[in-house]
Design a protein around this ligand. Structure first.
Ligand code: ARG
Ligand code: ZN
Length: 463
């Protein structure tokens, strides 16, 4: 036994024997961990609490790219907390309050470390108010310069997968923690600010417009957006009554119109395959951001495109509403559960709309030589965060699903997809849980397929 720890324990024993009146259940408050424990992003997210709700109040001036903001984060402590972190990069923090009391804070890299005046009890629901401002900029990670707040010639293109949300608001930045959001954005009159969920209020006065977006369903922080531009907007309800809100940069209007028109059809088709659409709003944001080579993101309820999408991209981002948004990752390594599924949705769309079959997509991918990047690593084991969005995750992830489909048959396969979306709705899932569910629903053993196609190194010997 470690001698110092031994001494500490016996001292504690003596104290607890002598101070008998002390409440046994009183936890000693300790600092929350600086990360959520994700091996690929050790500092993303934080320990010690779960965020329940974000109330963001943003004011943005496109002419100067200046953001003035206040974030109110309501959270529940999962341990007694002496201090805790929120993820935030750049910007200037002016003040932090916990409850109504001013709290001490310091910046440490991507962490905003907050020490409340009095420690928080385990289970306590507390409200943190952060007032901040500055010029937001995307995180410039290797190979990923567009993650976060991207200034455009007419506003901002705001996409946060996997890390970028901390460039515009303080948060528990890990998909294992999902929360409801209310985002209020004030912009000069003539600009439109679009976030997730329903437009609850829009008010214009003194030359400024304020958009209030309400997202009641739990959402991972990386799926939040606050995209600003001079958009044309349209809103309508689908046949089933789902409210749709689209915002389109006029320069992309002609190219995107024929594709956006098909959103209700895509939603209906995917609902038929995957089960009921998981959210209370839908739509699309089509920006014009030529400085970004290509970036689309499945921002919750309202995917975001840096230019007019093709129908296949629309199918992909919409499929993510089930796979990635409603059923979220517990850890980033499982990213194939998002991208493999959304890619497979593209193959299914083609198959059922006069294009190549999924088998054909599989065969074409399998025909690639063993040296091709698609075989660079097993989809369920990306070695580090720079490979999260590589070919093995998308294409080989979809190939793995196709192998499972051929193993269990179409009937069981689509039952598995629907059961996955239903049982983990507004929640989380892991590769192990998906494998177990496949076994339960299909009464077949997906073990060898999973071992070869998701975890096996290199090109599998047989298709
Ligand atoms: N999830 C997005 C998609 O496949 C890709 C996001 C890529 N993110 C990035 N930072 N490069 O639809
Ligand atoms: Zn995707």
């Amino acid at each position: 036994m470690h001698p110092i720890r031994g001494t500490f324990v016996s001292l504690g024993l003596i104290l607890s024997l002598t101070v008998t009146a002390a409440p046994v259940e009183a936890d000693t408050a300790t600092p929350g961990a600086p990360g959520a424990g994700d091996p690929l992003f050790p500092l993303d997210g934080n320990g010690g609490y779960h965020a329940l709700h974000y109330g963001l109040d943003l004011s943005y001036e496109p002419a100067t790219a200046h953001l003035d903001a206040r974030a109110v984060v309501t959270a529940r402590a999962t341990q007694a907390l002496s201090r805790f972190g929120l993820d935030l990069s750049g910007l200037t923090v002016r003040s932090v309050r916990v409850g109504s009391a001013p709290a001490a804070f310091r910046r440490e890299g991507q962490e905003l470390v907050i020490t409340p005046r009095t420690p928080l009890r385990r289970g306590q629901v507390f409200r943190t108010t952060v007032t901040y401002d500055g010029t937001p900029a995307a995180v410039n990670e290797p190979g990923d310069p567009y993650d976060g707040w991207n200034v455009t010639d007419h506003g901002a293109f705001v996409a946060g997968e996997p890390q970028g949300s901390r460039t515009w608001f303080p948060l528990n930045n890990h998909p294992s923690d999902k929360s409801a959001f209310d985002v209020t954005i004030t912009v000069p009159e003539g600009y439109t600010a679009v976030s997730n969920g329903r437009l609850a209020a829009l008010r214009t006065r003194h030359g400024h417009s304020t958009f209030h977006w309400h997202s009641p369903e739990p959402m991972a922080g990386y799926l939040a957006t606050a995209t600003i531009g001079k958009f044309r907007t349209e809103s309508y309800r689908t046949r089933s009554g789902l409210p749709v809100y689209n915002a389109v940069d006029p320069r992309e209007a002609a190219a995107s119109a024929p594709v956006l028109k098909r959103l209700p059809e895509v939603l209906e088709w995917e609902s038929g395959l995957f089960g009921p659409y998981p959210f209370s709003a839908a739509g699309a944001i089509v920006d014009h951001a030529p400085q970004i080579p290509y970036y689309a993101l499945e921002t919750q309820t309202r995917p975001l495109y840096c230019k007019a999408p093709t129908i296949i991209t629309l199918v992909h981002e919409t499929a993510h509403q089930w796979f990635g948004d409603s059923v979220s990752l517990s850890r980033w390594q499982d990213i194939w559960l998002n991208e493999g599924f959304a890619t497979y949705a593209e193959w299914l769309w083609a198959e059922q709309h006069g294009g190549p079959t999924a088998q054909r997509f599989f065969d074409d991918a399998y025909a690639k030589p063993a040296t091709d990047p698609v075989w660079a690593f097993p989809p369920a084991l990306p070695a580090d965060y720079t490979h999260l969005f590589d070919d093995p995750v998308y294409t080989r992830g979809a190939m793995a699903l196709h192998k499972i489909r051929t193993l269990v048959g179409d009937h069981a396969f689509f039952d598995v997809l629907r059961a996955w979306a239903a049982r983990h709705r507004d929640g989380h899932g892991t590769t192990a849980e998906f494998t177990a569910l496949t076994r339960t629903v299909s009464h077949k053993d997906p073990g060898p397929t999973v071992a070869t196609w998701l975890y096996g190194k290199g090109k599998p010997a047989r298709p």
